[in-house]
Design a binder for this molecule. Sequence first.
Ligand code: ZN
Length: 76
Amino acid sequence: MAAHTLGTGQDGTLVCLACDQSRDAGRYLCRTCWWTLPAAARASLSRRDRNALARLRQLVDQLRADTPLNRIEITP
Ligand SMILES: [Zn+2]
């Protein structure tokens, strides 16, 4: 998995990691999916530090395991 290509469509547009709708730059998910995440997961994913990529991997792993968005847990 290459982080720099995650969530990028074939034409270079940014797409939500969960539903393929377009998303804002700097966010991993579209607004609908983002606000479906538990508040704790949103807070963790919003932090930008050296563990940010590890938290992104947690999100991606759970999405690939078909974890419902409202059940996603990210290490704080
Ligand atoms: Zn989405």
